[in-house]
Design a protein around this ligand. Structure first.
Ligand SMILES: C[S@@+](CC[C@H](N)C(=O)[O-])C[C@H]1O[C@@H](n2cnc3c(N)ncnc32)[C@H](O)[C@@H]1O
Length: 318
């Protein structure tokens, strides 16, 4: 019964009554309430007073909250202006900080998918996965490249539409149905191919490096070299034999070549790039970097490269 009284008192007050919290037990709502109030214990009256005080200060609290909010907004604006003056990245991103410094380069890496009809669907699926991997690695890279996938169509596009519909929303990548020679000027193209007699020494930011979009178990040996020559464009092989010794052939997968280029852009060292990217099973061992011995090694390799591995062995290792 006493508890009910307390509740009634409080709600009467909320509904517009103006009690005098100081006059213990005589809350002037109406006579009935006042009478009830007299029946309240000391503790109940105290509780009631507290409640009234809390309600009376409602407006004051609201006002204080508003002021604090305003203050925080001003602080943020000041911070933003200071950063803008410094010309910092933070200003550009509002309150957000960039996760790390990423410098996008102008170097283009093209995956040439014009070999679609030479592959079985299981190999097309492998190529699809390799392209997904290239995309993910480029998005994470410290020095991302401009990534192109050209001659997209046929089985590969079908696989992408079926298995990974989200590809149409991928960012920082250009998908082209056209052949790469229609997308980039010929004098800017360099076909990367393990059969080239030219060794890549460094990367030229103005060039577009082409990787053959092919998983062929070495059934089409030399096909990209042949294509490059037919098109009359530059070609080069990675300088693997100058920096590392491997227990397998130097025909790498699309994503390994792609990732080696990204790693080289970051580390500025072929050797580090090879060590970082090539899997251990390739038995990569560092070579002493003596230019004469490098050249000798290159000569030896171009003879022995003509392939002791069977197609299966090559694919298993790559
Ligand atoms: C699995 S390989 C395809 C091999 C194919 N038989 C050919 O003639 O290129 C995939 C692609 O990676 C690139 N690649 C592989 N190893 C390379 C190397 N050692 N140097 C330069 N490019 C390489 C080439 O662009 C190649 O087309």
């Amino acid at each position: 019964m006493a508890d009910d009284c307390v509740k009634n008192e409080a709600s009467s007050h909320r509904d517009g009554g103006s009690p005098d919290p100081g006059s213990q037990g005589t809350v002037n709502i109406n006579g009935e309430a006042a009478a009830e109030n007299q029946t309240l214990s000391k503790r109940q009256r105290k509780k009631l007073l507290k409640q009234h005080k809390w309600e009376d200060e409602r407006e004051l609290r609201k006002q204080r909250r508003k002021e604090r909010k305003q203050q925080r907004r001003l602080q943020r604006q000041n911070h933003h202006h200071q950063n803008k003056e410094k010309g910092g990245d933070e200003a550009q991103n509002g309150r957000k900080r960039p996760r790390r410094e990423v410098t996008s380069g102008s170097l283009r890496l093209v995956v040439d998918c014009s070999f679609d009809n030479l592959m079985l669907i299981k190999d097309v699926r492998k190529l699809h996965k390799q392209i997904q991997r290239c995309y993910a690695m480029n998005r994470r890279a410290l020095h991302p490249v401009q990534f192109y996938v050209t001659s997209l169509g046929g089985q590969l596009k079908q696989s992408m539409d079926e298995k990974d519909k989200g590809w149409v929303n991928w960012k920082d990548i250009s998908f082209k149905m056209e052949h790469f020679s229609k997308v980039v000027a010929k004098d800017k193209l360099v076909y990367l191919t393990s059969d080239s007699p030219n060794m890549l020494e460094e990367l030229d930011q103005k060039k577009a490096y082409v990787i053959g979009g092919l998983v062929d178990h070495n059934h089409h040996k030399g096909i990209t070299f042949k294509r490059a020559k037919e098109l009359g464009i530059d070609h080069a092989r990675l300088p693997l034999s100058s920096f590392v010794k491997m227990n397998s052939r130097k025909v790498l997968t699309v994503n390994h070549v792609f990732e080696i280029i990204l790693a080289y852009l970051e580390k500025d060292s072929w050797q580090e790039a090879f060590f970082t990217i090539l899997p251990q099973r390739k038995g990569v061992v560092a070579l002493e970097q003596n230019r004469t011995s490098i050249q000798e090694k290159e000569d030896e390799d171009s003879d022995s490269d003509s392939g002791h591995d069977t197609a299966e062995q090559t694919e298993k290792r790559t």
